[in-house]
Design a protein around this ligand. Structure first.
Ligand code: SF4
Ligand code: SF4
Length: 379
């Protein structure tokens, strides 16, 4: 495969980062030779950022083994690892950091992120306990830049960004989930790097799209459309590829060709998808304004109804089931409980500007999407 990669300045880190990054979470689930071939192919097409985490099984050790055997100079790669905020002592945190360096077989990490600032107490711990250790590690040359990943609320993410303490953010933001859009502006004001988490999987299981979605996204595949949507935004710098086979690079590479196609064909697809929502959801479409929260039963009403929107408008039922059945199973990584917990108290109803019959829609969504519970991949 040819090197056709594009690079963007990763915010104030001043690193030139490839617009696609290789995520390593799934590499641990395939034979080592296949993982190696995937890493080599990614580097061969110009991907220079590889992302991992202490929580991804043996991913760090696997990458250390693969990368140390490659004839590529260390300084040509940007390596990121992540550490989950825990109640560990600062000494223990330092040991964790050293552990990442040892497993990755490097003497410094370009980037280290706190993995999942998902709740206010995580941010508090990071600011009070975690950051001083990483600042010290920075001074000692172990770590160059510090960031965070998050599955938290929009308010919490904005609060973390406004501390000014972080060089980059790993963010969930996709065509089919744009609630975090204000983060892009806030991160840009702080000149932070923006890394988009899982556009293919969490962005809608777009590697296995339903027929209706495929037709609506023509002339692109749904995944290429989703990549182009993100790449058209200059505030986004790199997209994570959770691939496990060299072949899976093809769609990413295709989305780099003729970027101006977005402004004609991409916008046409976007309009078609919006029209499908209007036609198929009519007055029951959830506008994703989040005004209905909080729910005393802990139901994440907007997320449940987003999955309903996608299932009914675009036949994304399989994706809806995948996400819906994670409610109650993944703690702060995916907060909320299933919609059958609705007590019909009515608290949310006056807050909904669309005047949606929320309890009825929740019950319908539960019937549509409820299946056996699902756990997160790396747990
Ligand atoms: S009616 Fe149901 S969804 Fe709405 S606030 Fe009450 S319990 Fe929550
Ligand atoms: S207030 Fe209504 S439109 Fe807004 S997110 Fe909640 S249910 Fe959807």
């Amino acid at each position: 495969m040819q090197n056709v990669m594009l690079y963007r300045r990763f915010g104030r880190t001043e690193q030139q980062i490839s617009v696609f990054s290789l995520g390593s979470m799934r590499l641990v689930n395939v034979p080592p030779a296949q993982a190696q071939a995937t890493v080599e192919a990614a580097i061969a097409v110009g991907i220079n950022h590889i992302e991992t985490a202490q929580a991804y099984g043996h991913a760090e050790a696997l990458l250390g083994q693969i990368l140390s055997a490659l004839p590529i100079s260390r300084h040509r790669l940007i390596l990121t690892s992540k550490l989950t905020p825990t109640a560990d002592s600062q000494d223990r945190l330092r040991e964790h950091l050293q552990g990442s360096l040892t497993r990755l077989r490097v003497d410094y990490l370009d980037q280290f992120a706190f993995h999942g600032i998902n709740r206010p107490e995580h941010l508090q711990w990071v600011l009070q306990e975690g950051l001083p250790v990483l600042r010290q590690a920075q001074q000692e040359g172990w770590v160059r830049y510090i960031g965070f990943s998050t599955h938290g609320s929009l308010d919490l993410i904005l609060q973390a960004i406004q501390t000014g303490c972080f060089d980059f953010v790993n963010l969930h933001y996709h065509f089919f989930q744009q609630h975090n859009q204000p983060v892009l502006e806030a991160a840009s004001q702080q000149d932070m790097g923006v890394f988009i988490i899982s556009p293919a999987d969490k962005g809608g299981m777009l590697y296995r799209p339903p027929q209706r979605l495929q037709e609506a996204c023509q002339p692109f595949s749904p995944l290429e459309f989703a990549y182009r949507f993100l790449l058209a935004n200059p505030r986004i710098h790199t997209l994570s590829l959770g691939i496990t086979h060299p072949q899976e690079l093809q769609t990413a590479l295709a989305s780099l060709r003729d970027p101006e196609r977005w402004w004609v064909e991409g916008l046409r697809v976007q309009k078609r998808l919006q029209e499908a929502e209007e036609q198929r959801l009519g007055s029951t479409r959830c506008a994703q304004c989040y005004a209905c929260l909080p729910c005393p039963e802990g139901i994440h009403i907007p997320e449940v109804l987003r999955l309903r929107n996608l299932a009914l408008a675009h036949d994304m039922t399989e994706f809806g089931q995948y996400r819906y059945n994670m409610f109650g199973q993944a703690g702060h990584w995916f907060p909320g409980v299933t919609a059958d917990h609705c007590s019909e108290c009515g608290d949310c109803l006056p807050r909904c500007p669309e005047q949606l019959p929320i309890p009825d829609l929740l019950a319908e969504t539960h019937r549509l999407l409820h299946r056996a519970p699902i756990r997160r991949l790396w747990e």
